[in-house]
Design a protein around this ligand. Structure first.
Ligand SMILES: NC(=O)c1ccc[n+]([C@@H]2O[C@H](COP(=O)([O-])OP(=O)(O)OC[C@H]3O[C@@H](n4cnc5c(N)ncnc54)[C@H](O)[C@@H]3O)[C@@H](O)[C@H]2O)c1
Length: 436
């Protein structure tokens, strides 16, 4: 810059200070012109260099759109790390499965991992511990899993090298894929995180599974939100799913189509489970039953959404233990993948099941139950349901899961919420979070 400045100033030095003082001396003018031209070409050269530098630094700088919520991931690899993986993957009997559980530090992932470990399966967890919600809760779940003998690897499902390494160390028989960017409304705030985890991450995982030898059978979490604006009740697997009401729903629907493609081309055995509003201990703080509990205890106002007819939004709330049973049955009844090393050898199993409770409950009733359990009256505000991704109601038809998985939910909302509230009070007692 300083050189540039000098050049432009020296160039100005050669220009007469005022037209009146300009001398009509030919040879001198010619020399001036020569000097002037050489200065201009130098200036052009430096300007070009300067611009090139600007372009270079522009491409070096990070892109502006907000990245998905991620934190720097722990290191992996090394003999101690591999030993932990092998120990965690150890099975109790020859008939047991060896399962990679993605999203293991999440709500459903923790419960499924514990259930599998308890019955003697080898389990390795994988989670990127992103900051979508309180990471302390994810760490506490990780600690509980660690005590139960489940090692949760800190990593992202987009990390191909890490996934390949895991498959090198352990020949997984099954993958229980639960890692995802959840939440319907957050999709308007951070759409990239849904593409990162639910689409790109899923494809990356399937790429690794397809090339693994042996290929694992895959069971993964889709969502009831794929039914979107469908108004035919109860929602059956045969109903239309082409009217998603949120990017989250669209990403899960895309996942179902992507899963079909990998089943069709590579012979991967794939089962998709459409969960209906799962709740229970160690649940997700972004879900209504969880933050209503927190707000009611703090004396804060809660918002209840209503449809245009003033009817409260209703959900087919499903207790976590029922969902876990459905996941385990789906793993147990999954047939083997037919391909190996990326080549299909025959047609493979492809299934989709609703896992719900078959009894939708209005959110007003959920609040009444919470008031009774917490012994505190809620301050309620009623608002029309905004068009930000939520649908008015969900209701699962579970006959297919009943027939093929022996799935039979047994916990009603009051019983399940009682267990949640008991856990919530014990977990947050004495922590800074609760001021009650
Ligand atoms: N809980 C529900 O009501 C519900 C309903 C329908 C569908 N589902 C689906 O079930 C699955 C589990 O849901 P949950 O309620 O346990 O959610 P959760 O957010 O508690 O668990 C998901 C976990 O995945 C991890 N994760 C996200 N992106 C990742 C990535 N790229 N790499 C590695 N880890 C990543 C997160 O850190 C989190 O711990 C999700 O696929 C969700 O979409 C849940």
């Amino acid at each position: 810059m300083s050189q540039l400045k000098t050049i432009s100033l020296s160039h100005l030095d050669n220009v007469p200070s005022s037209p009146g003082k300009f001398k009509s001396d030919k040879p001198l003018t010619y020399i001036h012109r020569l000097r002037f031209h050489s200065s201009v070409s130098k200036l052009t050269l430096w300007l070009a260099l300067f611009l090139a530098l600007l372009v270079f630094f522009f491409f070096l700088s990070p892109p502006s759109p907000s990245p998905p919520p991620r934190r720097s991931l722990g290191s992996w690899g090394g003999s101690r790390w591999e030993k932990r993986i092998r120990t965690s993957a150890r099975v109790r009997s020859r008939s047991s499965s060896t399962v990679l559980v993605t999203g293991a530090a999440g709500f459903v992932g923790t419960h499924v991992s514990l259930a599998l470990k308890r019955r003697g399966d080898g389990v390795i967890g994988l989670d990127n511990f992103n900051e979508y919600y309180d990471t302390k809760l994810k760490r506490a779940r990780q600690e509980m899993l660690d005590q139960a003998g489940v090692f949760v690897v800190e990593g992202d499902i987009n990390d191909r090298e890490l996934l390949n390494k895991l498959f090198d160390v352990v020949p997984f028989t099954h993958v229980m894929h639960l890692a995802a960017q959840a939440g319907v409304r957050y999709a308007m705030q951070n759409p990239a995180s849904y593409v990162h985890s639910n689409i790109a991450g899923f494809v990356n995982l399937l790429e690794v599974c397809k090339s693994a030898n042996p290929q694992p059978a895959i069971v993964w979490a889709s969502s009831s939100s794929v039914y979107g604006l469908n108004s035919k009740v109860p929602f059956s697997e045969k109903d239309r799913t082409d009217q998603p009401a949120s990017l989250y729903a669209a990403s899960k629907k895309a996942g179902e189509e992507i899963a079909h493609t990998y089943n069709h081309i590579y012979g991967l055995s794939i089962t998709g489970l459409r969960f209906f509003t799962v709740y229970g201990p160690w649940g997700r703080p972004d879900m209504a039953y969880f933050f209503f509990t927190e707000d009611i205890l703090k004396g804060k106002e809660i918002t209840i959404y209503e449809g245009s007819d003033h009817i409260s939004v209703a959900r087919d709330f499903t207790y976590i233990d029922d969902i876990v049973k459905g996941c385990v049955s789906a793993l147990d009844s999954a047939k083997k993948s037919t391909g190996s090393g990326g080549k299909k050898k025959g047609s493979a199993q492809f299934r989709i099941f609703n896992l719900g409770n078959t009894s939708p409950v209005p959110v007003t009733k959920l609040v009444n139950i919470l008031e009774k359990l917490l012994k505190v009256k809620a301050k309620k505000k009623f608002l029309p349901l905004p068009r930000n991704g939520d649908v008015k109601f969900t209701h699962a038809n579970i006959s297919l899961a009943q027939r093929d998985l022996g799935y039979k939910p047994t916990t009603d909302l009051e019983t399940g919420l009682k267990k949640f509230v008991k856990w919530y009070i014990r977990y947050y007692k004495g922590s800074k979070r609760s001021s009650w």
